[in-house]
Design a protein around this ligand. Structure first.
Ligand code: FE2
Ligand code: FE2
Length: 234
């Protein structure tokens, strides 16, 4: 069984065990220079909820980790929403353009399979549009709905259940992109750039999976709880 991150775990040790936590630290605004402090100590000095940190970190790093009911109730809603918003920003500003630029570079260099490169680029552009509208809907409609519940403004109409029913899978197309590149991309030489691109896609897929897991298994049950205690009529 995986050894989950605990309040008393030393943060430096956790980073050493799994560097993927660096992105989480960045999004939560946890400053470097934490010496030998435990997670709990670092969270307190950075004004981050220990409960929120443990849930986000464990759920992002361990796919089988599921939150218990009590910890779901105690979540600082605004901080969780801000974490998800920051993740969207990072995907839009850094990760998606990184992949897009790598595809463009291959398309420019790949004179042998020119048409294939441009078809591939078109496929990615379509996917990018889907991604942007997915993030825009959450930023512009779902998150404001959640803020509305906290502020006591929302009593009926929309519900987080409706969001969950229509919450599309954003990572599945990455599988198609990797497959095309690895199995079917007709290139004369196995370009190092091509493998670099596949690696970027793996990282993005991992990030998207962790992000969707937080939305489906942390945000949704937490908001269902908020709806119940605030008397939102579905
Ligand atoms: Fe999202
Ligand atoms: Fe989503």
């Amino acid at each position: 069984m995986a050894s989950y991150i605990l309040p008393e775990s030393k943060l430096a040790w956790v980073v050493e065990e799994n560097y993927k936590i660096l992105r989480i630290l960045k999004r939560l605004g946890i400053m470097p220079g934490f010496g030998d402090k435990s997670i709990k100590e670092v969270c307190i000095s950075n004004k981050v909820s220990v409960n929120l940190f443990l849930l986000i970190a464990n759920m992002s790093l361990y796919k089988e980790f599921s939150p218990d009911l009590e910890s779901l109730k105690e979540l600082p809603t605004i901080d969780l929403v801000n974490y998800l918003r920051r993740s969207h920003r990072e995907f839009i500003i850094n990760d998606i353009p990184n992949v897009e630029n790598a595809i463009r570079d291959i398309a420019v260099n790949d004179d042998f399979a020119n048409t294939h490169s441009s078809v591939f680029l078109d496929f990615f552009e379509e996917y990018k549009t889907e991604l942007l509208s997915h993030f825009e809907y959450e930023d512009g409609s779902v998150f404001p709905y959640i803020n509305g519940i906290i502020e006591g403004k929302i009593r009926s109409g929309y519900s987080i259940e409706k969001f969950e029913e229509n919450h599309t899978n954003i990572e599945s197309k990455i599988g198609d992109l990797k497959n095309i590149l690895l199995k079917y991309f007709p290139s004369k030489n196995p370009h190092p750039e091509l493998y670099d691109l596949v690696e970027k896609l793996y990282i993005l897929q991992n990030e998207f999976e962790a992000h969707a897991y937080l939305e489906d298994k942390l945000l949704v049950p937490h908001v269902e709880y908020l709806e119940r205690i605030n008397g939102v009529v579905k």
